[in-house]
Design a protein around this ligand. Structure first.
Ligand SMILES: NC(=O)c1ccccc1
Length: 517
């Protein structure tokens, strides 16, 4: 009750606010929570010392703030009926037409529902956000429209993107296009399912632990997690600044390269983008062969306790096919790869708690564009509707806050320091080879848990598949999954990982594989 009361979240439009001077009981509560021994007289004098700063806050209320451009007209679109949503993969349908010509002219593109598209509802898989209508276009949305693409809808994603299954969205499970009883993978569940079903040409996904590559592998698409920082994350609902990636899902590596070429580059508003960011003309790098490319098969990417033998065997066999495309293939060993998930767990659990929960999805201490309307809506709603959070998000918050409260964030800190060691271990091998190769996931698409599944099964189906994908969210290397074939009627994916900023090499190899494969 001390936090937000019982009011429903306010409408998105910025309403005039009355900035109240802090009531004394509020200051008493805060003093107590920070172990400050202050009398009522102390707090009263502090309260009066706040007048100057509060005048600054009131001044801020008189400004309009700079916003992200909304350049192309649109109407509100519609929520599709069940008969037009066979896979339950669309959250919203719309038609936003961009420029009349450009590299994406004629392409129909679905946008993951954690990306702001102005005027189109966004719920990021969560009832907590339901009713929010963004007032901005994410940078990548404007880039797609400027390139002549048509945005045809929002694709369902997992609850606040925190799941690699496709069963945690509050709009219900997304069905695998190859078998409706099975998971489409997540968290970009709808994006991959729609691409494979042919309901759009390309889609935007997001990836913090594997969420572009997991659904692409389960559904049989090409999914590319770009080098960390290559694609601006501005206007996209985050999980953790150092893990956040957004990028393309398509049926071919060629289409993924076409979309990446449009998305890539600094926007000056995203703290994830470093000064040394390097873009390339990715489509021009697709030679149709892999001549001269040296590929290292990472031993540690195979034979996990939950690895399916057919997956490991098919990826080993597919690796040999790279030689037909002109590549050379040999085995490499990176023992620390097995610890990637441990480093990821500490960063994801504590980092997500800090940014998504304590920081209301935006946090502080970085320069760039903050989506204020999202703060206003989500910051209230996540308190009022806390019990609507998914089981995976609840698990993260409980553990993340416990680790902060009892261990001062020292495990997060140590994991970030070890992230450099992990990156160096991959970079050392990437001196001798151009690409690393392994199964994208240990598993093919799993059965969707029933609605009455135990919490244990619900969480297992959401998190069990990330051991090969999540290390590259920690290190930021570009990583793509490409389908290598079917086993037991389900797609198997192979992951290719390149040096930082060499996304073109990754996509070139994936393209060559699709041509010879
Ligand atoms: N957003 C992600 O990439 C993710 C994937 C799997 C589990 C949790 C998060």
């Amino acid at each position: 009750a001390a936090e937000a009361g019982t009011q429903p979240p306010p409408p998105t439009a910025t309403a005039p606010r009355i900035l109240r001077k802090p009531p004394l009981p509020e200051l008493e509560r805060i003093a107590k929570s920070y172990n400050l021994a202050l009398s009522r007289a102390d707090l009263t004098s502090f309260r009066n010392l706040m007048d100057g700063v509060l005048a600054s806050y009131r001044r801020l209320d008189q400004f309009a703030e700079p916003t992200l451009a909304v350049k192309y007209p649109r109407d509100a679109g519609f929520r599709p009926g069940v008969s037009d949503n066979r896979l339950n993969a669309w959250y919203w349908r719309c038609s936003i037409k961009g420029a009349t010509s450009g590299p994406l002219a004629g392409k129909k593109i679905a946008i993951k529902d954690n990306v702001c598209v102005a005027g189109i509802p966004m719920m990021n898989g969560s009832n907590v956000l339901e009713g929010y209508v963004p007032d901005v276009d994410a940078t990548i949305v404007t880039r797609i429209l400027d390139a002549g693409g048509e945005i045809v809808g929002k694709a369902v994603c997992e609850h606040l993107c925190f799941s690699g299954g496709s069963h945690t969205s509050d709009t219900g499970p997304v069905l695998n296009p190859h078998d409706p009883k099975r998971s489409a993978g997540g968290s970009s569940s709808g994006s991959a399912a729609l691409v494979v079903a042919g309901e759009c040409d390309m889609a935007i996904g997001g990836d913090q632990g594997g969420s572009i590559r997991i659904p692409s592998s389960f559904c049989g698409a090409v999914g590319h997690k770009p080098t960390h920082g290559l694609v601006p994350y501005t206007g996209v609902f985050p999980i953790e600044l150092t893990l956040d990636h957004t990028g393309p899902i398509a049926r071919t590596a060629g289409d993924a390269a076409r979309l990446l070429e449009v998305l890539a580059g600094a926007d000056g508003l995203d703290p994830r983008q470093p000064a040394g960011l390097r873009t390339e003309a990715y489509t021009k790098q697709l030679t149709g062969d892999a001549r001269g490319l040296r590929i290292g098969i990472v031993k540690e990417g195979f034979g996990w306790p939950n690895s399916e033998p057919d997956v490991d065997a098919m990826v080993r066999e597919a690796a040999q096919r790279m030689t037909r495309a002109g590549g050379t293939v040999n085995d490499v060993s990176i023992p620390l790869h097995r610890d990637g998930i441990h480093i990821w767990n500490a960063i994801a659990v504590e980092g997500a708690t800090a940014l998504m929960v304590a920081g209301n999805s935006m946090g502080t201490n970085w320069k760039g564009h903050y989506t204020t309307s999202l703060l206003d809506f989500y910051g209230r709603s996540r308190r009022v509707r806390a019990n609507d959070l998914s089981e995976t998000v609840k698990l993260v918050v409980l553990l993340g806050q416990y680790m902060q409260d009892n261990y001062q964030g020292r495990y997060y800190a140590k994991a970030q320091n070890l992230a450099r060691v992990l990156r160096a271990a991959y970079d050392e091998q990437l001196k001798g080879v151009d690409l690393l190769l392994m199964p994208t996931l240990p598993l093919k698409a799993t059965l969707l848990p029933p609605p009455d599944a135990s919490r244990e099964d619900y969480v297992a189906r959401a998190l069990e598949m990330i051991s090969n994908t999540c290390p590259f969210d920690v290190t930021g290397h570009p990583a793509a999954t490409v389908p290598v074939g079917m086993s037991e009627g389900l797609p198997v994916g192979m992951m290719l990982v390149g040096r930082h900023w060499e996304d073109g090499t990754v996509l070139r190899a994936a393209d060559a594989f699709q041509i010879v494969g």
